[in-house]
Design a protein around this ligand. Structure first.
Ligand SMILES: Cc1cc2nc3c(=O)[nH]c(=O)nc-3n(C[C@H](O)[C@H](O)[C@H](O)COP(=O)(O)OP(=O)(O)OC[C@H]3O[C@@H](n4cnc5c(N)ncnc54)[C@H](O)[C@@H]3O)c2cc1C
Length: 332
């Protein structure tokens, strides 16, 4: 176990968790931000990156991905530890010192307070539904782009018909040897402007095809054979490539909460006006919470973070100043 004891660990790196991290850092709390995906941003970044948001105060119109970039930039100002690809599976109290122990798929994290900001639950990519050799996921078969360089000079197949698949195929085609986009329909579910860019790009469009299977190429084990079947036709073909990037969207699941002994109302966490749950020093904010009048909006999530952080600060350090305007903090 990591020996460090954080003041606050924030579970979930969507808008709620990102802004709460910034606010806690600004108040000199020792903060960990834990996100199950390889990148921060929650629903805006994962589900609707290219769409515009029109109801965040002070920002008349901003794309979801740009809003997340701004939150990320704001986070650069503050000190915190970021745990990506890290999914919290259980929360237990250490009765000896009243701290909480978070078990994750990686390390164990010890903390005095917790803010749960998990939205609709941990996102997981929707995977290919047929059986395939899972070792393909070590290199050739990807559900995320972690590093663009991994695709440099390669023959790449992208699967999917939404914004993410279309945008990735256009971006990757600028650095790959060859990029093809496989979609089961002739029409894409992506923004018109992105489809226009796709049609003007070098991306080969393989549609309407579904993927029936994927395996290692018999002659060159570094490559893969992707077996395609045309919709409503007997036409089948096999395409050999270095990589297959599947972008079939994400599924989320908050069932895990049931094992955390937190009081729920349906799928949501019940919180007080100060964002407290029924457990000591565990708070919750954002889409996962419910209270009378709750709105599932970014702007509400932004407001709930400071309330939770301030209450945690008052509980942990009763003698510290807990309310200060950011203007005074920066001027010190
Ligand atoms: C299509 C669409 C359009 C929308 N448009 C608007 C709009 O115009 N204006 C607006 O205000 N709102 C809009 N919303 C709603 C808005 O996106 C949500 O209210 C907001 O994302 C909630 O933020 P959050 O941080 O609470 O949750 P999320 O954004 O869901 O983030 C939660 C994060 O927690 C992570 N996580 C979950 N479980 C774990 C775990 N166990 N361990 C580690 N990490 C975990 C997840 O991977 C995720 O990244 C829209 C939503 C959708 C789907």
């Amino acid at each position: 176990m990591n020996d460090k004891i954080y003041d606050i660990s924030i579970i979930g790196g969507g808008p709620a968790g990102m802004f709460a991290t910034y606010f806690a850092g600004l108040r000199n709390l020792d903060v960990a931000l834990i996100e199950s995906l390889p990148k921060l941003g929650g629903q805006p970044e994962t589900l609707y990156a290219q769409k515009h948001i029109y109801d965040v105060a002070g920002l008349p119109k901003i794309s979801a991905t740009d809003l997340i970039k701004q939150l990320d930039k704001q986070l650069e100002i503050t000190k915190f530890d970021k745990y990506l690809n890290t999914s919290v599976s259980s929360i237990e109290r250490d009765e000896n010192d009243s701290t909480w122990i978070l078990t994750t798929n990686k390390e164990t994290i010890r903390t005095k307070a917790i803010i749960i900001a998990i939205g609709n639950g941990a996102f997981k990519p929707r995977k290919l539904t047929f059986d395939y050799d899972k070792t393909l996921e070590d290199n050739n078969l990807n559900y995320f782009v972690n590093h663009m360089e991994d695709f440099q000079g390669k023959d790449v197949l992208v699967a999917g018909g939404g914004d993410s698949a279309v945008d990735w195929s256009i971006d990757l085609s600028k650095i790959t040897n060859h990029t093809a986009l496989i979609h089961r329909r002739n029409k894409y579910r992506a923004m018109e402007s992105s489809v226009k860019k796709l049609n003007e790009s070098d991306v080969e469009q393989l549609n309407p095809y579904i993927i029936k299977g994927v395996d290692y190429n018999a002659d060159d084990h570094k490559k893969i054979d992707v077996h395609l079947k045309m919709i409503k036709s007997d036409d089948e073909k096999t395409v050999t490539a270095d990589k297959l990037l599947v972008n079939y969207g994400f599924v989320s699941d908050s069932k895990i909460l049931r094992d955390w002994h937190i009081e729920l109302s349906g799928p949501f966490i019940k919180v007080t006006q100060e964002m407290e749950t029924n457990l000591p020093n565990i708070f919750a904010i954002g889409d996962i919470v419910t209270y009378p009048g709750k709105l599932q909006l970014i702007t509400t999530a932004f407001a709930e973070g400071p309330v939770a952080v301030t209450k945690a600060l008052r509980n942990l350090y009763p003698n510290r100043d807990y309310f200060e305007h950011s203007t005074s903090i920066f001027e010190k």
